[in-house]
Write a protein that binds this ligand. Structure first.
Ligand SMILES: Cc1ncc(C[n+]2csc(CCOP(=O)(O)OP(=O)(O)O)c2C)c(N)n1
Ligand SMILES: [Mg+2]
Length: 328
């Protein structure tokens, strides 16, 4: 954190609170998976906490969010309640999708969390649809599409950028460049040093930002969100970050050089921002300790709630698959 921050103290703390929540929640999910208390396919977002934490403080519940299988950080930062999240992760009836979606398919429309998709590249056209609806409604809502660096090589990325620019849709395309697409390093699968440069080809604003730097990420997101709200059209943000775990839980990351990973872990943005807040003073020490304890307790309660919730019954198997026949 620079000596003179452009972010108010309350906002700094709101961002760090989210960062800690995301980190602690990811660690808890992996702990329960390791010990066999839950069984699920899980894509850790550990290391990528700053992006959604610094972005979501400029969003409202009315704004839309589309994200991907590695997207629980985006949803928690947007306000997804922990109990609903955990019940869904554990496949129970009290989950956001009655336990039928699991950690890869969460939705929570009352907080604007509209879709989580496992189809690489598909969050962007869906965000455009929501952005178009927002544009027609004229209430100043914006739509955020999260996706990875690998997804920027899918055709739908280019189609979505073009249409959003042409129609000046209020969409913020957030490419979370964590340097890997499954087991393929960025340079082995992507031509061009920067994904943000591709914005020029579709005539929209493109920003390259350190997605592990709170100040930089907050400023880039705020500007893009403001532009979209004011009718100035879409922005592509390429936020540079790093994936601390393998692609999917249980996956080896032996293809990653040890020095590269060690350097990324040493620059973990969560303790780094904590240290910056402590240095800034203003009673941060007590606040941090109390807040972190509070979050751990909230997670304890959510896990307990989820594990006490029943699994869906067999009769649920075919419900919500087709529309119910109406009388008319
Ligand atoms: C259309 C499609 N093609 C391929 C896959 C298989 N797949 C799943 S994740 C993934 C890598 C995507 O990487 P990236 O976009 O960088 O996101 P990250 O997992 O790093 O967050 C691939 C190729 C898929 N799910 N959907
Ligand atoms: Mg990636």
């Amino acid at each position: 954190m620079s000596e003179v921050s452009s972010i108010s103290r309350d906002t700094q703390r709101a961002i760090y609170r989210k960062m800690y929540l995301l980190k602690a929640n990811d660690e808890r999910v992996r702990k329960l998976l390791r010990t066999g208390r839950i069984v699920a396919t899980y894509y850790s977002y550990r290391g990528q906490e700053v992006i959604p934490a610094a972005l979501s403080v400029s969003l409202t519940d009315e704004d839309y969010l589309c994200t991907i299988y590695r997207g629980i950080h985006d949803m928690l930062a947007k306000g997804l309640p922990l109990k609903d999240l955990w019940a869904e992760i554990a496949g129970r009836v009290d989950g956001t999708c009655k336990g039928k979606g699991g950690p890869m398919h969460l939705t929570y429309p009352s907080k604007g969390i509209m879709v989580t998709t496992g189809v690489v590249g598909s969050s962007m056209p869906i965000a455009n649809g929501l952005g178009w609806a927002a544009q027609l409604e004229k209430k100043g809502r914006v739509s955020v599409a999260n996706f990875g660096d690998g997804a920027a090589n899918i055709g739908a990325f280019h189609e979505a950028l073009n249409l959003a620019a042409l129609w000046r849709l209020p969409v913020i395309f957030v490419c979370q460049n964590n340097r890997y697409a499954e087991h393929t390093a960025y340079a082995k699968g992507t031509a061009g040093a920067r994904i943000s440069d591709r914005a020029a080809g579709s005539a929209l604003a493109g920003v390259h930002v350190d997605g592990n730097d709170v100040e930089a990420m907050y400023a880039a997101a705020r500007e893009a969100i403001q532009r979209a709200r004011e009718g100035g059209g879409p922005t592509l943000i390429e936020a540079m970050t790093y994936r601390f775990q393998g692609h999917v839980f249980g996956d080896s990351d032996a293809y990653i050089a040890k020095e590269e990973k060690d350097a990324a872990l040493a620059a973990d943005p969560v303790p780094r921002y904590r240290a910056a807040l402590l240095k800034a003073g203003g009673g941060a020490e007590q606040w941090l300790t109390d807040m972190e304890k509070e979050i751990e307790t909230e997670i304890d309660e959510a896990v307990e709630f989820a594990l006490a919730s029943p699994y869906p019954s067999m009769s649920e198997l075919t419900r919500d698959v087709f529309a119910e026949e109406s009388a008319s």
